[in-house]
Design a protein around this ligand. Structure first.
Ligand SMILES: *Cc1c(COP(=O)(O)O)cnc(C)c1O
Length: 433
């Protein structure tokens, strides 16, 4: 499979080029030249299939130049945990995508990408520098996914004071090949600094620089798998309308879902659920796309004012808003509504949502009530509630226990470099090695 750029449909890049460069030189995003359809028999026999098995069947349609054994190894070692589907009530299920080491769904993309990259440069004498901006969870997943991977250095930029303490510990305490950069600014500032570095030709002549943001196609591909895995855990999904609600920030997760649907997964409708950073729900409603500064919320991994993967969605639908509306409905909620939802889901059904999942739940519940009462739905739980312990405990008044793999980070010492939002500072750090 080859990849084109959202800025230039005639471009053809190999998988290796797309994954290692991360972003085409024209500033667009890589897209697969076609979306393979899965045979109907595969969809019909989905029930009971595991994440690794599904992952392999899907991955090999996009990745056709890696030996099957190697591809199995990459998938099995990246996805050595499941994405279980949990019933909340008769109509609503949640797909828990947070069972990886840093307790957010981003482990899935980051771990797959780290293993694929390291495979793609095996035996070559090169030193790859990965720079990534994070609103919290990307940084921890990428830092942990690449920790001690030979030949690769990782630079994580995160906004000072705008990520949770646990997230910061997971990013900034590793050391070794991981450098944490604490930027006095917001997520969009971090993302801008990363874009500037990636586009700095002089810098790129000196060091080999790439990114692991969700704009990297290697992060998107494995996220397709768990949408199929969700359906594999549903009974009789062929006979009912299934709505899938995705808590969105940079819109990588939803983009992967749209790929899954076009590959043949019978999703009736996706809900793009956001916090008050709602440029996409606004676009769906009015047709106007107005990116702007992000606003801090309790679902901070979704505090994105100019979501980079939105360009992929527009491209995927040839900028046809009517076609987009066929597949995606938008909804957004403020922090008060998110807090109420955490409380309600616990008291009514005994399930503890994290703030991101709560946004997804609420969007789904309202959609099922107002638009499609006969349907059932799945919302994605994108992080373990313990990652947002303070907020969650404030609402529910009981302690959220912290899994051991998370607790061990809390004991470690922070090692980050604190800088102003000044590109020169970032450049100095990148060159100082
Ligand atoms: C990153 C993240 C999101 C948003 O995902 P996108 O793919 O950027 O839309 C939602 N929830 C959590 C917990 C996240 O870490």
């Amino acid at each position: 499979m080859k990849f084109y750029s959202t800025q230039d449909k005639s471009l053809r890049a190999t998988l290796k080029e797309s994954v290692i460069k991360g972003m085409p030189a024209d500033g667009g995003l890589y897209m697969p030249v076609s979306i393979p359809k899965l045979p109907k028999a595969f969809i019909q026999s989905l029930e009971g299939k595991g994440l690794q098995e599904i992952g392999f069947e899907i991955a090999r349609l996009f990745i056709d130049n890696i030996n099957e054994n190697e591809l199995h190894n990459i998938i099995n070692s990246a996805l050595n945990f499941d994405t279980p589907l949990i019933n909340i009530n008769d109509h609503i299920h949640t797909l828990e995508t947070f069972h990886g080491p840093t307790l957010a769904f981003k482990d899935i993309g980051a771990r797959f990408m780290a293993r694929l990259m390291s495979y793609l440069i095996r035996g070559e004498d090169r030193k790859l520098n990965i720079i990534v901006a994070t609103s919290g969870d990307t940084g921890s997943a990428v830092a942990n996914g690449f920790y001690k991977v030979p030949g690769i250095r990782v630079f994580v930029l995160y906004p000072c004071g705008k990520i949770s303490k646990i997230q910061e510990k997971q990013i900034a305490t590793l050391g070794e090949n991981i450098t944490a950069i604490e930027v006095k600014g917001n997520f969009d500032d971090c993302q801008e600094l990363v874009k500037t570095a990636l586009g700095d030709q002089k810098l790129n002549q000196k060091i080999e620089l790439t990114t692991a943001n969700s704009i990297n196609i290697a992060r998107l591909l494995p996220q397709i798998f768990y949408y199929f895995r969700a359906f594999a855990q549903l009974e009789n999904f062929m006979d009912s309308d299934i709505i899938v609600s995705v808590p969105c920030g940079n819109f990588g997760n939803l983009t992967a879902g749209l790929f899954a649907q076009r590959m043949g997964l019978p999703v009736q409708k996706f809900i793009a659920a956001t916090n008050i950073n709602k440029v996409v729900p606004e676009y769906l409603q009015s047709g106007q796309y107005q990116p702007r500064e992000s606003i801090a919320t309790i679902s901070n991994a979704m505090d994105v004012g100019d979501p980079s993967n939105f360009a992929r969605i527009l491209d995927f639908y040839d900028n046809d808003r009517e076609a987009i509306l066929e597949d995606i409905s938008g909804a957004s909620y403020n922090d008060t509504e998110t807090r109420q939802t955490i409380k309600k889901v616990l008291s009514r059904w005994g399930y503890i949502c994290d703030p991101h999942g709560a946004v997804g739940f609420r969007a789904l519940e309202e959609y099922l009530m107002q638009v499609d009462p006969g349907a059932s739905g799945i919302f994605l739980e994108t992080a373990h509630p313990a990652k947002f312990k303070d907020v969650v405990e404030e609402e529910i008044g009981i302690e959220v226990s912290v899994p051991e793999r998370l607790a061990k980070f809390l004991k470690r010492e922070k090692l980050s470099l604190k800088i102003e939002k000044d590109y020169q500072k970032v450049k100095d750090i990148l060159l100082d090695q």
